[in-house]
Design a protein around this ligand. Structure first.
Ligand code: COA
Length: 374
């Protein structure tokens, strides 16, 4: 029996993908051949999803058709809405989202069909409906009736309207849309790998992405964006950063939004989010949070050699946009849904069960003893 791979499967290349590429030493992220720096300023979230699913950027008419197809799929099955209404009011949004996605899988007309065509239809419904589920969760917990989607609006604009009951500014919608693009895909990250493991049993797409939501919820993964914001609120003022960090280092606390298994340098997504955070916090009169973030970053890099990851500056972007903190991770899921579904399709297109071995380190050769002699 060979020895186990490194703890946490560090460095293990588990399989191939043509969806995204990461160079952790150079800080490069590529979607389908396009560097993220090419895409982030120029491409909308739905356009990036088209790219991921089709392997090329859409022409104008193709993008229009794709957006219309998504828009036509935004409304939830009414039984999903009823299911969400039945959850306890204190249910955390990520658990409610996991349940909402799973319920959609129960009612999906293609539920048990894993063909490429059915997967494509389900992927469209999942990307289109995740914003509707999140907005419904937010409305329901405030005692409000969920709003019906408006197919004349873009996916991001409609999410803001459905969540807040009123349209967002063009700038806010554009910023949200860009975060979704930056969250779209990222190699075999934990939640995507979870999706692929489920898909590889020939489990259906909704089962796979429900697992993905569950994996994303943890604070070592998607949950970090909300935790990063709580850290900044706890620090409270740029002048407190030094003392706060001294204590955190002494207590060997993990600073949420920092560190990455693959990137050992600047996370290229953070480059965009840092600048967005600078601009948006200034516009919102919340520049002290940007200032605090910069101070934290400077010391984390100079003393620990640890860079911020995608979640760190996304926290203040969402804060400046006025988004409730417990919706930050669901928004990560809203973007990553495009990636999870792409990975399920890729897995099903050339499938083999994912089934690694374990190195057994327990006892051997024990003998059974009757109950009264143990
Ligand atoms: N704050 C403080 N120290 C950190 C750190 C952080 N956010 N991230 C890593 N480190 C330190 C560890 O304490 C460890 O130090 P040691 O060798 O002295 O024990 C070293 O860096 C390696 O960290 P490790 O936890 O083994 O790395 P990993 O590859 O297993 O974990 C993360 C990667 C992302 C889970 C980890 O960096 C982390 O927990 N970050 C905070 C959560 C987060 O932001 N997650 C979102 C990721 S996109």
């Amino acid at each position: 029996m060979t020895a186990a791979a490194g703890k946490g499967l560090e460095g293990v290349v588990a399989s191939q993908t043509s969806l995204s590429f990461i160079d952790g030493l150079k800080g490069i992220l590529v979607y389908r051949g396009y560097n993220i720096h090419e895409l982030a300023p120029n491409v909308s979230f739905p356009e990036s999803v088209f790219l991921l699913w089709n392997g090329r950027l859409p022409r104008r008419t193709e993008l229009d058709e794709f957006e219309s197809a998504l828009a036509a799929q935004r409304a939830l099955d009414p039984r999903t809405v009823e299911g969400l209404k039945g959850l306890p009011t204190e249910t955390v949004p990520m658990s409610a989202l996991r349940t909402g996605v799973s319920l959609e899988g129960v009612y999906d007309p293609d539920a048990e069909d894993n063909s490429l065509e059915a997967n494509r239809r389900k992927a469209e419904r999942l990307v289109a409906r995740t914003p509707t589920i999140i907005a419904a969760i937010h409305r329901i917990r405030q005692g409000l009736e969920p709003l019906e989607p408006d197919p004349t609006l873009s996916l991001s604009a409609d999410f803001v309207r459905m969540a807040n009951g009123e349209p967002g500014t063009e700038e806010a919608v554009e910023a949200l849309d860009r975060t979704l693009l930056l969250y779209l895909d990222h190699g075999f990250n934990a939640s995507t790998f979870a999706c692929r493991v489920i898909a590889a049993t020939l489990g259906d797409m909704h089962s796979a992405v429900t697992g993905g939501v569950g994996a994303l919820k943890g604070e070592l993964h998607g949950g970090a964006n909300a935790r990063a914001m709580h850290t900044l609120l706890e620090i409270g003022d740029p002048d407190n950063v030094g003392l706060w960090l001294d204590r955190a280092f002494a207590e060997k606390r993990k600073i949420m939004g920092f560190g990455h298994r693959v990137y050992k340098t600047e996370d290229p997504r953070a480059t965009h989010l840092r600048e967005m955070s600078r601009v948006l916090t200034q516009q919102a009169g919340l520049e002290k949070f940007y200032e605090m973030s910069r101070k934290l970053e400077d010391r984390m890099i100079s003393e620990k050699g640890i860079n911020p990851n995608v979640d760190f500056y996304c926290a203040t972007v969402y804060y400046a946009l006025g988004i409730p903190i417990d919706l930050y991770t669901p928004l990560f899921a809203m973007g990553r849904m495009g990636g999870w579904t792409a990975h399920v399709m890729e897995q099903h297109a050339d499938n083999r069960l994912i089934r690694p071995r374990a190195e057994y380190v327990g006892e051997m050769d024990l003998r059974w003893a009757p109950m009264d002699q143990r």
